[in-house]
Structures are given as structure tokens and as C-alpha cells.
Design a protein around this ligand. Structure first.
Ligand SMILES: [Ca+2]
Ligand SMILES: [Ca+2]
Ligand SMILES: [Ca+2]
Length: 104
């Protein structure tokens, strides 16, 4: 850990994956696609409706939602998210700073 690591975390400050990470595991991968496929064709009135799958928030899970997931496929939170809460913020900078100079 040196000043470059601190700078690297600071540089990604505010980075967050919100959508279309439908299963909220900090990446957009095959599980998100599978999640979309599972709810494909459902609407707000469907008994198995899951608002998480409706990436576009238009009340239905259709090709637009799948396309959005496909568009961001492969996106993942980088190593800058030190505490693995899917967002790079002051907590990560503080963590980085606490390690600063300890040669960890
Ligand atoms: Ca995911
Ligand atoms: Ca939708
Ligand atoms: Ca974090």
C-alpha cells in the first residue's frame, strides 16, 4: 500500500453499479441474464412479478430489459471496492488510508 493505491481508490470514488445488476452481486454476468430470462414476459400484474428484473422501470420485463443487461455484460466492480459493498466511497478511502504506510 502506497500513495498510488490511495490515489487509485480516490480516482474511482463514487463508482457504483446500480443497474442492470439485477441480482445485486456487484457484477453483470450470466446470472443476471438468467435472472432476466426467468422473469421475461412478466408484468406488474403477474403473480411472479419481480421489480428487480424490470431494469427500465416500465412495468414489464421485455427485450429492452434483456438488451440493457446484455449491453453492460461483463461490467464488474474493481478491486477499488475494498470492503465489497458494491460502491467506492469514503469507507474505501478510509480503509485504504488506514493501511497506508503499513506495507501491507
Ligand atoms: Ca449480477
Ligand atoms: Ca422493463
Ligand atoms: Ca466499498
Amino acid at each position: 500500500m502506497d500513495i498510488l493505491d490511495v490515489a487509485r481508490v480516490a480516482g474511482k470514488f463514487g463508482m457504483q453499479i446500480i443497474t442492470p445488476d439485477v441480482d445485486h452481486d456487484c457484477d453483470v454476468d450470466v446470472t443476471d441474464v438468467a435472472f432476466e430470462a426467468l422473469y421475461f414476459g412478466t408484468t406488474v400484474s403477474s403473480p411472479n412479478w419481480n421489480p428487480l428484473a424490470d431494469v427500465t422501470h416500465d412495468g414489464k420485463v421485455d427485450i429492452l430489459d434483456v438488451a440493457l443487461v446484455a449491453n453492460y455484460f461483463g461490467q464488474a466492480m474493481g478491486p477499488e471496492d475494498l470492503n465489497h459493498d458494491c460502491v467506492v466511497n469514503i469507507l474505501d478511502v478510509a480503509l485504504e488510508a488506514s493501511w497506508f504506510g503499513w506495507g501491507v
